[in-house]
Design a protein around this ligand. Structure first.
Ligand SMILES: Cc1ncc(COP(=O)(O)O)c(C=O)c1O
Length: 389
């Protein structure tokens, strides 16, 4: 099955639900059993039978199956947010005394989790240059138990060479964990590139409509039970109604992302031609240093990228951002709407430096007509220049 066909048919079973095309919302806490024997034996270990609301319902399982199959993983589990997914995935492999390698470009709250929850509890956390590639082998220590990647970094967009990192890590039996929120299961089939555990903020493109917080962890077979048991131990549980919305969003991820990528490319190319802009940080642009890796490993690009102002600092960036009318100021991305934030990157770097020669602004490009988005940016650049004069 080609992936758009799979996306339409996976994770539903109308025959089971009187012909209903979508798996309905099953709300329950309690599941009751006909005999004590069944109560005590149903689904001991793989968490795929209904036995208590916290462990999932048929609605939850439908979403998890759809995402796991699309990405090419063994199984998936839904958790209450993307950050919860990151925390549980790391905790499944890292204990006191272990060494964890983390990309320096990682999402800032991932770094906070490492600094505030792992390091004080005896984990050696080391950040690495996201461009390290096969040289990661030199950072592996006898007590390294996981490598945590995010490709591309969601503020600065450096592409990581995941196959090279995975080859080095796997030679030492170390699992590779990757935040694949940008790539999504649709554009980056991470398991084919060597990822063992793929983490998503489903809040972004999987839900796709800016109305649900959710995370998903997809694992290969050897990593599945450690991940699933950690999620169970922390007691994470998601609402079946939210799972229903997430699966509804996921059905259209293909058309949304293809359109949003086309829109993003149009805006990125326009920005690339502006004298106010020093660099556009978008691996889908041929001028980007990450382009060859992106082209080799990905089927498409998310509509999230940054650009660097040529010499202008945060004050001018603020004038530009405040002048925008179609781009809203907000943290998230992956929905249908365009967004903008000032990316304050430097304070989150320790293994590398971020000094690109001007303020860094991150855009998420939505489903609006790109001509209107370009016109909005154009008038905002004029206001920024006027404010600086
Ligand atoms: C790359 C990345 N990973 C994880 C997260 C966290 O996801 P959530 O907000 O669902 O906790 C975000 C949120 O912005 C993100 O951008």
């Amino acid at each position: 099955m080609k992936k758009d066909t799979l996306l339409t048919h996976v994770g539903r079973d109308p025959e089971k639900y009187e012909g209903m095309v979508n798996t309905p919302v099953f709300r329950t806490s309690t599941v009751i059993f006909p005999t004590l024997e069944e109560y005590e034996t149903r689904d001991g270990d793989d968490y795929k039978a209904v036995r208590y609301g916290r462990h999932g319902t048929p609605t939850t399982f439908a979403l998890e199956e759809a995402v796991a199959r699309m990405e090419g993983g063994h199984q998936a589990v839904a958790v209450p947010s993307g950050l919860a997914a990151i925390a549980a995935a790391i905790r499944a492999f890292v204990r006191s005394g272990d060494h964890l390698l983390v990309a320096d470009s990682v999402y800032a709250p991932t770094r906070n989790f490492c600094e505030r929850q792992l390091r004080p509890n005896g984990v050696e956390v080391e950040y690495y240059d996201p461009l390290i590639g096969a040289d990661i082998a030199r950072r592996l220590r006898p007590n390294t138990t996981a490598v945590f990647c995010e490709t591309p970094g969601s503020l600065t967009f450096e592409m990581q060479d995941i196959p090279a990192i995975a080859q080095a890590a796997h030679a030492r039996n170390i699992p590779v964990l990757a935040d694949n929120t940008w790539g999504t299961p649709y554009f980056f089939r991470s398991f084919e590139r060597g990822v063992d555990v793929s983490i998503h903020s489903a809040t972004k493109y999987i839900v796709g409509h800016s109305d649900v917080m959710m995370g998903l962890i997809v694992a290969d077979e050897p990593s599945w039970l450690p991940v699933r048991k950690t999620v169970a131990d922390y007691g994470y549980s998601v609402s079946p109604a939210d799972c229903y919305l997430a699966l509804r969003g996921f059905r259209t991820i293909g058309v949304r992302m293809k359109q949003q990528m086309a829109n993003a490319l149009a805006v990125a190319q326009w920005l690339d031609s502006r004298t106010e802009v020093k660099r556009v940080l978008y691996p889908a642009l041929e001028s980007d240093p990450g382009y060859p890796i992106w082209k080799r490993d990905f089927d498409g690009a998310a509509a999230l990228f940054s650009f660097v102002l040529d010499g202008a600092g945060d004050k001018q960036a603020a004038a530009l951002i405040n002048a925008l009318k179609l781009f809203s100021i907000g943290s998230s991305w992956g929905g249908y709407e365009s967004l903008v934030v000032l990316a304050r990157v430097a304070k989150y770097r320790t293994a590398t430096q971020w000094n690109p020669g001007g303020a860094t602004i991150r855009l998420h490009i939505g489903l609006e007509d790109p001509d209107d988005l370009v016109a909005d940016l154009d008038q905002a650049f004029a206001k920024m220049t006027k404010a600086a004069a």
